[in-house]
Design a protein around this ligand. Structure first.
Ligand SMILES: NC(=O)c1ccc[n+]([C@@H]2O[C@H](COP(=O)([O-])OP(=O)(O)OC[C@H]3O[C@@H](n4cnc5c(N)ncnc54)[C@H](O)[C@@H]3O)[C@@H](O)[C@H]2O)c1
Length: 246
């Protein structure tokens, strides 16, 4: 499905991003794994050992020069960028807003919203040079429904959804599609950081009665990134086991 495509995946060293990177590689893409954590390098080495054409580049998505360098390194190695998955993200410290920690707010907005914008900025530049491409930004169900004590994360993810629509409209006639995916609760290290009681409450609210697996989210991302979704732009697919249907 992604034969010979060149893809950049951020946050590719763990969880959903790692599942996306592996699926893309299996489907024939050349994959550049961008991550802040060096664990991404080990995962890229594992994929390379499996015979896939991949490369790791350390990136902090909040750093404009870093993001520019990620896209430049991709073009230098593989000649183009066909697909961007802006997936890197962090959770927030949940609190009622009257106890909001401004440093935490700024950090989450910086990574989860500004980081996505910067990745879109530099990937679009490369895509326009080669006639187009596909962007998939990682949102969340919390972009669409409220949740008690969620502040920066909900605001950032809602921002990602509407930013994606604007990017889609801006480049619709230039061959660049932009969409997002809103996962529900997915079994990844991000969720593992949360208290057990919070995880249990999540399970109880899941209509399908279980958490999603990272590879299930990767399938949706791969579809949107592929030519099979050629008519889809500016959309957001909820991959949430029915959470937002309630
Ligand atoms: N796990 C869930 O239930 C869930 C639900 C909805 C949305 N999401 C979103 O999916 C995405 C991936 O989440 P995950 O659960 O796989 O998380 P994860 O913690 O397993 O992986 C996130 C990756 O992003 C990287 N990262 C963090 N900050 C970065 C930065 N500044 N620059 C570059 N890389 C950075 C981390 O090093 C890590 O490898 C996030 O955007 C998250 O908000 C997750």
């Amino acid at each position: 499905m992604l034969q010979a495509k060149v893809a950049v995946v951020t946050g590719a060293g763990s969880g959903i991003g790692a599942a996306i990177a592996r699926l893309f590689a299996v489907e024939g893409a050349k994959v550049v794994l961008g991550d802040l954590a060096e664990g991404g390098a080990a995962f890229a080495a594992e994929l390379a050992d499996d015979g896939f054409e991949v490369m790791f580049q350390r990136v902090d998505v909040t750093d404009e020069a870093d993001v520019a360098a990620l896209m430049q390194a991709t073009v230098a190695r593989f000649g183009r960028i066909d697909i961007l998955v802006a997936n890197a993200g962090i959770p927030e410290r949940k609190s009622p807003i009257h106890q909001l920690d401004l440093d935490d707010w700024r950090r989450v907005i910086d990574v989860d919203l500004t980081g996505v914008a910067l990745c879109n900025k530099f990937a679009v530049g490369a895509m326009l040079a080669t006639g187009g491409g596909a962007i998939v930004n990682m949102a969340s169900i919390l972009a669409h429904v409220g949740q008690e004590n969620s502040n920066a994360y909900s605001a950032a993810k809602a921002g990602v959804v509407n930013l994606t629509r604007s990017v889609a409209l801006t480049y619709a006639r230039q061959g660049v599609r932009a969409n997002c995916v809103s996962p529900g609760y997915v079994d990844t290290p991000l969720l593992a950081q949360l208290p057990a009681a919070v995880r249990q409450a999540m399970l109880l609210r899941q209509p399908i009665g279980r958490l999603a697996r990272p590879d299930e989210i990767a399938q949706v991302v791969a579809f949107l990134a592929s030519e099979r979704a050629s008519i889809i732009t500016g959309a957001c697919i909820n991959a949430d086991g029915g959470y937002t249907a309630i």
